[in-house]
Design a protein around this ligand. Structure first.
Ligand code: HEC
Ligand code: HEC
Length: 347
Protein backbone atom coordinates (compact mmCIF):
# COMPACT_ATOMS: atom_id res chain seq x y z
CA UNK A 1 0.00 0.00 0.00
CA UNK A 2 1.30 3.45 -0.75
CA UNK A 3 1.91 5.84 2.11
CA UNK A 4 -0.86 8.23 1.03
CA UNK A 5 -3.40 5.42 1.20
CA UNK A 6 -2.03 4.31 4.53
CA UNK A 7 -2.43 7.81 5.90
CA UNK A 8 -6.04 7.88 4.72
CA UNK A 9 -6.76 4.54 6.31
CA UNK A 10 -5.25 5.65 9.57
CA UNK A 11 -7.08 8.96 9.60
CA UNK A 12 -10.41 7.29 8.97
CA UNK A 13 -9.89 4.81 11.75
CA UNK A 14 -8.66 7.49 14.14
CA UNK A 15 -11.88 9.43 13.50
CA UNK A 16 -14.04 6.40 14.09
CA UNK A 17 -12.18 4.87 17.02
CA UNK A 18 -12.30 6.13 20.57
CA UNK A 19 -10.21 9.28 20.71
CA UNK A 20 -6.64 8.69 21.73
CA UNK A 21 -6.93 4.93 21.48
CA UNK A 22 -4.86 4.56 18.37
CA UNK A 23 -1.20 5.27 18.11
CA UNK A 24 0.31 6.22 14.79
CA UNK A 25 3.06 3.95 13.54
CA UNK A 26 5.88 4.47 11.09
CA UNK A 27 4.38 5.25 7.70
CA UNK A 28 7.47 3.89 5.97
CA UNK A 29 6.46 0.30 6.78
CA UNK A 30 5.12 -1.72 3.90
CA UNK A 31 1.87 -3.66 4.22
CA UNK A 32 3.61 -6.95 3.64
CA UNK A 33 6.02 -6.35 6.51
CA UNK A 34 3.22 -5.24 8.72
CA UNK A 35 2.51 -8.49 10.45
CA UNK A 36 1.76 -7.31 13.94
CA UNK A 37 -1.77 -8.62 14.45
CA UNK A 38 -2.57 -6.46 17.44
CA UNK A 39 -1.81 -3.33 15.49
CA UNK A 40 -3.98 -4.43 12.59
CA UNK A 41 -6.75 -5.41 14.95
CA UNK A 42 -6.82 -1.88 16.37
CA UNK A 43 -7.60 -0.55 12.88
CA UNK A 44 -10.82 -2.55 12.63
CA UNK A 45 -12.61 -1.61 15.83
CA UNK A 46 -16.26 -0.67 15.44
CA UNK A 47 -17.34 2.95 15.92
CA UNK A 48 -19.60 3.71 18.86
CA UNK A 49 -21.97 6.15 17.15
CA UNK A 50 -23.87 6.53 13.89
CA UNK A 51 -22.92 9.75 12.07
CA UNK A 52 -26.15 11.67 11.42
CA UNK A 53 -25.55 14.89 9.45
CA UNK A 54 -26.35 18.26 11.06
CA UNK A 55 -28.55 19.00 8.06
CA UNK A 56 -30.76 15.98 8.85
CA UNK A 57 -30.33 15.00 12.51
CA UNK A 58 -31.78 11.86 14.08
CA UNK A 59 -35.18 11.88 15.70
CA UNK A 60 -37.18 8.85 16.78
CA UNK A 61 -40.44 9.93 15.03
CA UNK A 62 -38.51 10.55 11.79
CA UNK A 63 -36.83 7.13 11.93
CA UNK A 64 -40.18 5.49 12.75
CA UNK A 65 -41.89 7.17 9.78
CA UNK A 66 -38.95 6.27 7.51
CA UNK A 67 -39.25 2.64 8.58
CA UNK A 68 -42.98 2.56 7.73
CA UNK A 69 -42.37 3.98 4.26
CA UNK A 70 -39.39 1.68 3.67
CA UNK A 71 -41.59 -1.40 4.10
CA UNK A 72 -44.70 0.05 2.44
CA UNK A 73 -45.54 -1.11 -1.10
CA UNK A 74 -47.72 1.97 -1.71
CA UNK A 75 -44.40 3.59 -2.62
CA UNK A 76 -44.61 1.73 -5.95
CA UNK A 77 -47.03 2.28 -8.81
CA UNK A 78 -48.36 -1.29 -8.65
CA UNK A 79 -48.53 -1.23 -4.80
CA UNK A 80 -46.46 -4.43 -4.88
CA UNK A 81 -42.84 -3.32 -4.54
CA UNK A 82 -41.35 -1.62 -1.47
CA UNK A 83 -37.77 -0.57 -0.79
CA UNK A 84 -37.48 -3.81 1.20
CA UNK A 85 -38.29 -5.90 -1.90
CA UNK A 86 -34.78 -5.19 -3.13
CA UNK A 87 -33.18 -4.23 0.19
CA UNK A 88 -34.55 -7.15 2.22
CA UNK A 89 -33.32 -7.44 5.82
CA UNK A 90 -33.47 -11.25 5.60
CA UNK A 91 -31.10 -11.14 2.63
CA UNK A 92 -28.64 -8.79 4.29
CA UNK A 93 -30.54 -5.74 2.93
CA UNK A 94 -30.04 -6.91 -0.66
CA UNK A 95 -32.22 -9.33 -2.68
CA UNK A 96 -30.17 -12.41 -3.47
CA UNK A 97 -30.45 -11.72 -7.21
CA UNK A 98 -27.60 -11.05 -9.65
CA UNK A 99 -29.50 -7.95 -10.82
CA UNK A 100 -32.43 -6.09 -9.32
CA UNK A 101 -35.89 -6.60 -10.81
CA UNK A 102 -38.20 -3.58 -10.99
CA UNK A 103 -41.83 -2.91 -11.89
CA UNK A 104 -41.30 -3.96 -15.51
CA UNK A 105 -40.27 -7.42 -14.28
CA UNK A 106 -37.00 -6.99 -16.14
CA UNK A 107 -33.54 -7.15 -14.66
CA UNK A 108 -31.95 -3.74 -14.18
CA UNK A 109 -28.29 -3.31 -15.07
CA UNK A 110 -27.07 -3.45 -11.46
CA UNK A 111 -27.31 -5.69 -8.42
CA UNK A 112 -29.14 -4.29 -5.38
CA UNK A 113 -26.41 -3.22 -2.96
CA UNK A 114 -26.76 -3.90 0.75
CA UNK A 115 -27.90 -0.97 2.88
CA UNK A 116 -25.81 -2.12 5.85
CA UNK A 117 -23.71 0.75 7.20
CA UNK A 118 -24.85 3.23 4.53
CA UNK A 119 -24.61 6.02 7.12
CA UNK A 120 -20.85 5.85 6.62
CA UNK A 121 -20.86 5.79 2.80
CA UNK A 122 -20.06 9.26 1.44
CA UNK A 123 -20.98 8.71 -2.23
CA UNK A 124 -23.88 6.39 -2.90
CA UNK A 125 -24.68 4.06 -5.77
CA UNK A 126 -22.24 1.63 -7.39
CA UNK A 127 -20.71 4.52 -9.34
CA UNK A 128 -21.06 7.13 -6.58
CA UNK A 129 -23.45 9.35 -8.49
CA UNK A 130 -25.67 10.14 -5.45
CA UNK A 131 -24.20 12.76 -3.11
CA UNK A 132 -26.09 11.73 0.04
CA UNK A 133 -28.77 9.36 1.30
CA UNK A 134 -31.49 12.00 1.06
CA UNK A 135 -30.90 12.25 -2.68
CA UNK A 136 -31.20 8.50 -3.32
CA UNK A 137 -34.83 8.00 -2.28
CA UNK A 138 -36.75 9.65 -5.13
CA UNK A 139 -34.56 8.01 -7.79
CA UNK A 140 -35.84 4.46 -7.29
CA UNK A 141 -39.35 5.65 -6.40
CA UNK A 142 -39.97 7.58 -9.63
CA UNK A 143 -37.88 5.49 -12.07
CA UNK A 144 -40.32 3.73 -14.44
CA UNK A 145 -38.12 0.61 -14.41
CA UNK A 146 -37.97 0.57 -10.60
CA UNK A 147 -40.94 1.63 -8.40
CA UNK A 148 -42.65 3.63 -11.12
CA UNK A 149 -44.72 6.23 -9.28
CA UNK A 150 -44.68 10.01 -9.72
CA UNK A 151 -43.82 12.28 -6.82
CA UNK A 152 -47.28 13.88 -7.00
CA UNK A 153 -49.06 10.52 -6.89
CA UNK A 154 -46.96 9.37 -3.93
CA UNK A 155 -47.69 12.57 -1.97
CA UNK A 156 -51.39 12.13 -2.83
CA UNK A 157 -51.43 8.52 -1.57
CA UNK A 158 -49.64 9.37 1.70
CA UNK A 159 -51.83 12.42 2.33
CA UNK A 160 -54.98 10.30 1.95
CA UNK A 161 -53.95 8.05 4.87
CA UNK A 162 -54.56 9.65 8.31
CA UNK A 163 -51.93 7.45 9.98
CA UNK A 164 -49.28 8.87 7.64
CA UNK A 165 -50.48 12.45 8.11
CA UNK A 166 -50.10 11.96 11.88
CA UNK A 167 -46.68 10.33 11.51
CA UNK A 168 -45.42 13.18 9.28
CA UNK A 169 -46.69 15.73 11.81
CA UNK A 170 -44.99 13.89 14.67
CA UNK A 171 -41.74 13.92 12.71
CA UNK A 172 -41.83 17.37 11.08
CA UNK A 173 -44.60 19.41 12.73
CA UNK A 174 -47.63 20.81 10.91
CA UNK A 175 -47.63 21.29 7.17
CA UNK A 176 -48.16 19.37 3.97
CA UNK A 177 -46.33 16.14 3.15
CA UNK A 178 -43.64 16.84 0.57
CA UNK A 179 -40.63 15.33 -1.15
CA UNK A 180 -38.09 16.76 1.28
CA UNK A 181 -39.83 15.18 4.29
CA UNK A 182 -40.12 11.82 2.53
CA UNK A 183 -36.39 11.89 1.70
CA UNK A 184 -35.39 12.96 5.20
CA UNK A 185 -37.45 10.26 6.97
CA UNK A 186 -36.25 7.47 4.67
CA UNK A 187 -32.61 8.58 5.01
CA UNK A 188 -32.89 8.77 8.81
CA UNK A 189 -34.24 5.22 8.97
CA UNK A 190 -31.58 3.93 6.55
CA UNK A 191 -28.80 5.39 8.72
CA UNK A 192 -29.95 3.14 11.56
CA UNK A 193 -29.21 0.02 9.46
CA UNK A 194 -25.90 -1.07 10.99
CA UNK A 195 -24.21 -4.47 10.92
CA UNK A 196 -24.26 -6.39 14.21
CA UNK A 197 -21.25 -7.59 16.18
CA UNK A 198 -19.63 -10.58 14.46
CA UNK A 199 -17.21 -13.29 15.71
CA UNK A 200 -14.45 -11.09 14.28
CA UNK A 201 -15.39 -8.29 16.74
CA UNK A 202 -15.37 -10.73 19.66
CA UNK A 203 -11.87 -11.74 18.60
CA UNK A 204 -10.80 -8.07 18.46
CA UNK A 205 -12.19 -7.70 21.97
CA UNK A 206 -9.83 -10.43 23.17
CA UNK A 207 -11.72 -13.74 22.82
CA UNK A 208 -9.09 -15.92 21.11
CA UNK A 209 -11.65 -18.72 20.64
CA UNK A 210 -14.13 -16.54 18.76
CA UNK A 211 -12.60 -17.41 15.38
CA UNK A 212 -10.63 -20.40 14.06
CA UNK A 213 -6.91 -20.58 13.36
CA UNK A 214 -7.71 -20.75 9.65
CA UNK A 215 -9.60 -17.44 9.94
CA UNK A 216 -6.68 -15.87 11.84
CA UNK A 217 -4.32 -16.92 9.04
CA UNK A 218 -6.88 -15.49 6.61
CA UNK A 219 -6.78 -12.19 8.51
CA UNK A 220 -2.99 -12.07 8.10
CA UNK A 221 -3.31 -12.79 4.37
CA UNK A 222 -6.03 -10.13 4.06
CA UNK A 223 -3.64 -7.53 5.50
CA UNK A 224 -0.47 -9.01 4.02
CA UNK A 225 0.14 -11.18 0.97
CA UNK A 226 -3.35 -10.76 -0.53
CA UNK A 227 -3.42 -7.02 0.35
CA UNK A 228 -7.21 -6.83 0.41
CA UNK A 229 -6.85 -4.06 3.00
CA UNK A 230 -5.60 -1.72 0.28
CA UNK A 231 -9.30 -1.15 -0.47
CA UNK A 232 -11.34 -3.04 2.15
CA UNK A 233 -10.04 -0.99 5.08
CA UNK A 234 -11.50 0.12 8.40
CA UNK A 235 -14.24 -1.41 10.53
CA UNK A 236 -16.73 -1.70 7.62
CA UNK A 237 -14.03 -3.09 5.33
CA UNK A 238 -14.34 -0.44 2.65
CA UNK A 239 -12.46 2.68 1.61
CA UNK A 240 -15.74 3.88 0.01
CA UNK A 241 -13.69 4.58 -3.10
CA UNK A 242 -13.92 3.36 -6.70
CA UNK A 243 -11.64 0.88 -8.46
CA UNK A 244 -11.46 -1.35 -11.50
CA UNK A 245 -10.78 -4.80 -10.08
CA UNK A 246 -11.23 -6.41 -13.47
CA UNK A 247 -14.90 -7.42 -13.30
CA UNK A 248 -16.75 -5.13 -15.72
CA UNK A 249 -16.71 -5.52 -19.48
CA UNK A 250 -17.87 -3.72 -22.62
CA UNK A 251 -19.98 -0.62 -22.08
CA UNK A 252 -20.30 -1.28 -18.35
CA UNK A 253 -17.74 1.42 -17.52
CA UNK A 254 -18.97 2.33 -14.02
CA UNK A 255 -17.66 5.63 -12.64
CA UNK A 256 -16.11 6.21 -16.06
CA UNK A 257 -19.54 7.43 -17.21
CA UNK A 258 -19.16 10.39 -14.81
CA UNK A 259 -15.45 10.98 -15.52
CA UNK A 260 -15.04 9.98 -19.19
CA UNK A 261 -11.46 11.29 -19.46
CA UNK A 262 -10.11 9.41 -16.42
CA UNK A 263 -8.11 6.28 -17.23
CA UNK A 264 -8.41 4.80 -13.74
CA UNK A 265 -12.16 5.33 -13.31
CA UNK A 266 -13.11 3.36 -16.41
CA UNK A 267 -14.76 0.14 -15.18
CA UNK A 268 -14.44 1.43 -11.59
CA UNK A 269 -17.15 0.57 -9.06
CA UNK A 270 -17.51 1.26 -5.37
CA UNK A 271 -15.72 -0.98 -2.89
CA UNK A 272 -18.58 -2.69 -1.00
CA UNK A 273 -18.56 -3.29 2.75
CA UNK A 274 -17.56 -6.86 3.65
CA UNK A 275 -19.64 -6.90 6.84
CA UNK A 276 -22.07 -9.87 6.68
CA UNK A 277 -20.75 -10.58 3.20
CA UNK A 278 -21.29 -14.35 3.46
CA UNK A 279 -25.06 -13.72 3.58
CA UNK A 280 -25.15 -11.73 0.38
CA UNK A 281 -24.33 -13.87 -2.66
CA UNK A 282 -24.12 -13.39 -5.61
CA UNK A 283 -21.35 -10.79 -5.59
CA UNK A 284 -20.14 -7.69 -7.46
CA UNK A 285 -22.13 -4.85 -9.05
CA UNK A 286 -23.39 -7.20 -11.74
CA UNK A 287 -23.84 -10.32 -9.58
CA UNK A 288 -21.26 -12.08 -11.74
CA UNK A 289 -19.51 -14.05 -8.98
CA UNK A 290 -21.73 -16.72 -7.39
CA UNK A 291 -19.71 -17.54 -4.25
CA UNK A 292 -16.96 -16.20 -2.01
CA UNK A 293 -14.69 -18.93 -3.38
CA UNK A 294 -15.29 -17.57 -6.90
CA UNK A 295 -14.47 -14.04 -5.69
CA UNK A 296 -11.14 -15.23 -4.26
CA UNK A 297 -10.34 -17.03 -7.54
CA UNK A 298 -11.01 -13.79 -9.42
CA UNK A 299 -8.59 -11.85 -7.20
CA UNK A 300 -6.07 -14.67 -7.44
CA UNK A 301 -6.14 -14.41 -11.25
CA UNK A 302 -5.73 -10.63 -10.96
CA UNK A 303 -8.76 -9.65 -13.05
CA UNK A 304 -8.37 -8.24 -16.56
CA UNK A 305 -4.98 -6.62 -17.18
CA UNK A 306 -5.85 -3.22 -18.72
CA UNK A 307 -4.87 0.44 -18.15
CA UNK A 308 -7.78 1.07 -15.79
CA UNK A 309 -7.02 -1.89 -13.52
CA UNK A 310 -6.18 -0.80 -9.96
CA UNK A 311 -2.49 -0.97 -9.05
CA UNK A 312 -3.29 -3.20 -6.10
CA UNK A 313 -4.90 -5.83 -8.32
CA UNK A 314 -2.49 -8.42 -9.73
CA UNK A 315 -2.12 -12.21 -9.68
CA UNK A 316 -1.71 -13.24 -6.04
CA UNK A 317 -0.29 -16.78 -6.39
CA UNK A 318 -2.31 -18.05 -3.42
CA UNK A 319 -2.21 -21.74 -2.55
CA UNK A 320 -5.47 -23.64 -2.15
CA UNK A 321 -4.96 -23.58 1.64
CA UNK A 322 -4.47 -19.81 1.59
CA UNK A 323 -7.63 -19.33 -0.47
CA UNK A 324 -9.58 -21.40 2.06
CA UNK A 325 -8.10 -19.35 4.92
CA UNK A 326 -9.24 -16.10 3.28
CA UNK A 327 -12.78 -17.44 2.89
CA UNK A 328 -12.73 -18.60 6.53
CA UNK A 329 -11.75 -15.09 7.56
CA UNK A 330 -14.47 -13.42 5.44
CA UNK A 331 -17.06 -15.64 7.13
CA UNK A 332 -16.09 -14.30 10.57
CA UNK A 333 -17.49 -10.90 9.53
CA UNK A 334 -21.04 -12.23 9.64
CA UNK A 335 -22.93 -11.33 12.80
CA UNK A 336 -26.29 -12.48 14.09
CA UNK A 337 -28.50 -9.67 12.77
CA UNK A 338 -30.76 -7.73 15.10
CA UNK A 339 -34.38 -8.82 14.53
CA UNK A 340 -36.13 -6.38 12.20
CA UNK A 341 -39.84 -5.96 12.80
CA UNK A 342 -42.02 -4.73 9.99
CA UNK A 343 -44.23 -2.03 11.51
CA UNK A 344 -48.03 -2.07 11.10
CA UNK A 345 -48.62 0.06 8.00
CA UNK A 346 -51.25 2.81 8.34
CA UNK A 347 -54.28 2.66 6.03
C1 HEC B 1 -36.06 -2.85 -7.88
C2 HEC B 1 -35.13 -2.96 -6.78
C3 HEC B 1 -34.92 -1.75 -5.90
C4 HEC B 1 -35.85 -1.05 -5.17
C5 HEC B 1 -37.36 -1.29 -5.13
C6 HEC B 1 -35.12 -0.08 -4.41
N1 HEC B 1 -33.78 -0.16 -4.69
FE1 HEC B 1 -32.32 0.88 -3.78
N2 HEC B 1 -30.99 0.16 -5.09
C7 HEC B 1 -31.26 -0.77 -6.08
C8 HEC B 1 -30.14 -0.85 -7.00
C9 HEC B 1 -30.04 -1.75 -8.22
C10 HEC B 1 -29.19 0.08 -6.53
C11 HEC B 1 -27.87 0.46 -7.17
C12 HEC B 1 -28.18 1.71 -8.00
C13 HEC B 1 -26.97 2.41 -8.53
O1 HEC B 1 -25.86 2.10 -8.14
O2 HEC B 1 -27.15 3.32 -9.35
C14 HEC B 1 -29.75 0.67 -5.32
C15 HEC B 1 -29.08 1.60 -4.52
C16 HEC B 1 -29.59 2.13 -3.36
C17 HEC B 1 -28.84 2.92 -2.41
C18 HEC B 1 -27.36 3.22 -2.47
C19 HEC B 1 -26.62 2.24 -1.58
C20 HEC B 1 -25.12 2.32 -1.66
O3 HEC B 1 -24.45 1.66 -0.87
O4 HEC B 1 -24.58 3.00 -2.52
C21 HEC B 1 -29.72 3.31 -1.45
C22 HEC B 1 -29.41 4.16 -0.24
C23 HEC B 1 -31.01 2.78 -1.81
N3 HEC B 1 -30.88 2.04 -2.96
C24 HEC B 1 -32.16 3.00 -1.08
C25 HEC B 1 -33.43 2.62 -1.55
C26 HEC B 1 -34.68 3.10 -0.98
C27 HEC B 1 -34.81 4.06 0.19
C28 HEC B 1 -35.68 2.50 -1.69
C29 HEC B 1 -37.17 2.72 -1.55
C30 HEC B 1 -37.62 4.10 -1.72
C31 HEC B 1 -35.04 1.65 -2.68
N4 HEC B 1 -33.68 1.77 -2.58
C32 HEC B 1 -35.73 0.84 -3.57
C33 HEC B 1 -32.41 -1.53 -6.17
C34 HEC B 1 -33.62 -1.15 -5.61
C1 HEC C 1 -8.13 -2.23 -5.62
C2 HEC C 1 -9.13 -2.29 -4.59
C3 HEC C 1 -9.55 -3.67 -4.08
C4 HEC C 1 -8.75 -4.68 -3.60
C5 HEC C 1 -7.24 -4.72 -3.46
C6 HEC C 1 -9.65 -5.75 -3.20
N1 HEC C 1 -10.94 -5.37 -3.44
FE1 HEC C 1 -12.59 -6.52 -3.10
N2 HEC C 1 -13.73 -5.14 -4.09
C7 HEC C 1 -13.28 -3.94 -4.59
C8 HEC C 1 -14.29 -3.36 -5.44
C9 HEC C 1 -14.20 -2.04 -6.17
C10 HEC C 1 -15.36 -4.28 -5.46
C11 HEC C 1 -16.67 -4.16 -6.26
C12 HEC C 1 -16.36 -4.46 -7.72
C13 HEC C 1 -17.56 -4.58 -8.60
O1 HEC C 1 -18.67 -4.71 -8.12
O2 HEC C 1 -17.38 -4.55 -9.83
C14 HEC C 1 -14.98 -5.38 -4.58
C15 HEC C 1 -15.79 -6.47 -4.27
C16 HEC C 1 -15.45 -7.48 -3.36
C17 HEC C 1 -16.34 -8.49 -2.89
C18 HEC C 1 -17.81 -8.63 -3.27
C19 HEC C 1 -18.68 -7.91 -2.26
C20 HEC C 1 -20.10 -7.73 -2.72
O3 HEC C 1 -20.95 -7.42 -1.87
O4 HEC C 1 -20.38 -7.86 -3.92
C21 HEC C 1 -15.64 -9.28 -2.02
C22 HEC C 1 -16.17 -10.48 -1.24
C23 HEC C 1 -14.30 -8.76 -1.98
N3 HEC C 1 -14.22 -7.65 -2.80
C24 HEC C 1 -13.26 -9.28 -1.23
C25 HEC C 1 -11.93 -8.95 -1.43
C26 HEC C 1 -10.81 -9.73 -0.97
C27 HEC C 1 -10.92 -11.01 -0.17
C28 HEC C 1 -9.67 -9.10 -1.42
C29 HEC C 1 -8.24 -9.55 -1.29
C30 HEC C 1 -7.96 -10.83 -1.95
C31 HEC C 1 -10.10 -7.91 -2.11
N4 HEC C 1 -11.47 -7.85 -2.11
C32 HEC C 1 -9.24 -6.96 -2.67
C33 HEC C 1 -12.04 -3.38 -4.37
C34 HEC C 1 -10.92 -4.12 -3.98
Amino acid sequence: MRSTQRATVRRTVALLGAAGLLLVTSSAMLATEHTDRAEWQAKYRRPTEIPFPNSDPYSEPKARLGRMMFFDPILSGSRVRSCATCHNPSLSWSDGLPRAVGEHQQALSLRSPTLLNVAWVPKLGWTGHFRNLESVAMGPITAPSNMNISEAELVRRLTAIPGYVDAFEAAFGEGPINRKKIESALATYERTIVSANAPFDHWLAGDENAITDAAKRGFDLFNGKANCVACHSGWAFTDSSFHDIGVAKGNDIGRGTIFPTSVKLKYAFKTPTLRDVARRAPYMHDGSEPTLEAVIDLYNRGGVDRPSRAEDIRPLHLTDAEKADLVAFLKTLTGVPEPVTIPPLPR
